[in-house]
Unconditional design. Structure first.
Length: 316
């Protein structure tokens, strides 16, 4: 099962829209797809027309009560299944914080289903806390939706630090597939500059970096009002407006993702011998990797001053 974490801690960049619609696009390509909603806002759940009742199990029950996946998953259609979320997930991190296996709850729950699906798409929360770490431990790759403006690049730098930390401590197979530009306006100079700067940064990656071989995907997601409308009808873009630019862009992105091949990586960093390896808190182990800063300091003359990256992201 290929597992794709759609991740960006910055809100309003099209993260949930991307997760839902590439999952739907994969299903339309006759792939067996599992969509997991890990956002307490449950927008991916509502986006596909599912509204769990107060007694219906959700991903919160998977984390806190260890409810089996088979009791939680819903069939959206013949090829797309969903593990729904709810607002209860807000409190899940506090309830699992003392567990020895807290970073691996999701991966262990999904282990029996790795052969049941061709692809798993994770709609990650808009934060870099314990739920997001669970997603990255399960995932084989990360897809980063990015709105093309320079403030977004600072968040990308922090996100790459998190992926690196998880790769080194918990999931050596994790890699960044690339960036998909969302809310894209092809004719603007700013969009072109951001696209070029991120591509240059990825191209300069060392072979040991988690983003080695990553790319800015050619299939950018253009601004399209239909993408904003379809969640209110509980439909994907392919069911709501199949002839729209939004449907065409996500169909193209899904095809590009399926064509993408993993580069021949060198052996990834070794994971600690214990199966319960953890990422230590920032106040006890400063994280001094500075490579991701290049994505902020190397951009065009409009770039912001470098941000300080001397600790792991908050909440790990």
């Amino acid at each position: 099962m290929r597992t794709l974490a759609v991740l960006n801690q910055k809100g309003g960049v099209g993260k949930t829209t991307t997760a839902v619609n590439i999952a739907a696009a994969f299903a339309r390509m006759k792939k067996r797809v599992l969509l997991i909603d890990l956002d307490p806002q449950a927008h991916a759940t509502l986006h596909v027309g599912v509204d769990p009742g107060p007694t219906d199990p959700t991903v919160f029950d998977l984390f806190v009560n260890r409810t089996p996946v088979a009791e939680i998953a819903r069939n959206v259609n013949d090829r797309l299944s969903l593990i729904p979320s709810s607002v209860d997930l807000v409190g899940a991190e506090l309830q699992i914080a003392d567990r020895e296996d807290r970073e691996r709850i999701l991966s262990r729950a999904l282990e029996p289903f790795r052969d049941a699906f061709d692809l798993c798409v994770l709609d990650c929360p808009p934060s870099l806390g314990l739920i997001a770490i669970n997603a990255l431990v399960l995932a084989s790759e990360v897809l980063i939706p990015l709105q093309p403006h320079f403030l977004a690049l600072q968040g990308l730098s922090r996100l790459l630090e998190t992926v690196t930390a998880v790769r080194e401590s918990l999931n050596p197979a994790l890699r960044v597939s690339g960036v998909v530009l969302s809310l894209y306006e092809r004719g603007t100079r700013l969009s072109q500059e951001v696209q070029a700067d991120v591509s240059t940064f990825f191209g300069a990656a060392a072979a040991t970096d988690a983003w080695f071989g990553a790319r800015v995907f050619d299939s950018a997601i253009r601004r399209n009002i239909k993408l904003a409308e379809c969640p209110s009808f509980g439909k994907t873009i392919f069911d709501y407006a199949p002839d729209s630019h939004g449907a065409a862009d996500y169909a193209a992105l899904a095809k590009e993702l399926l064509r993408a091949k993993r580069p021949e990586d060198p052996p990834p960093p070794a994971v600690a011998a214990s199966s319960d390896a953890v990422i230590v808190a920032p106040d006890t182990a400063p994280f001094d990797r500075t490579v991701p800063e290049g994505i902020v300091t190397a951009v065009s003359p409009h770039a912001l001053p470098p941000v300080r990256h001397d600790a792991l992201p908050d909440g790990l």
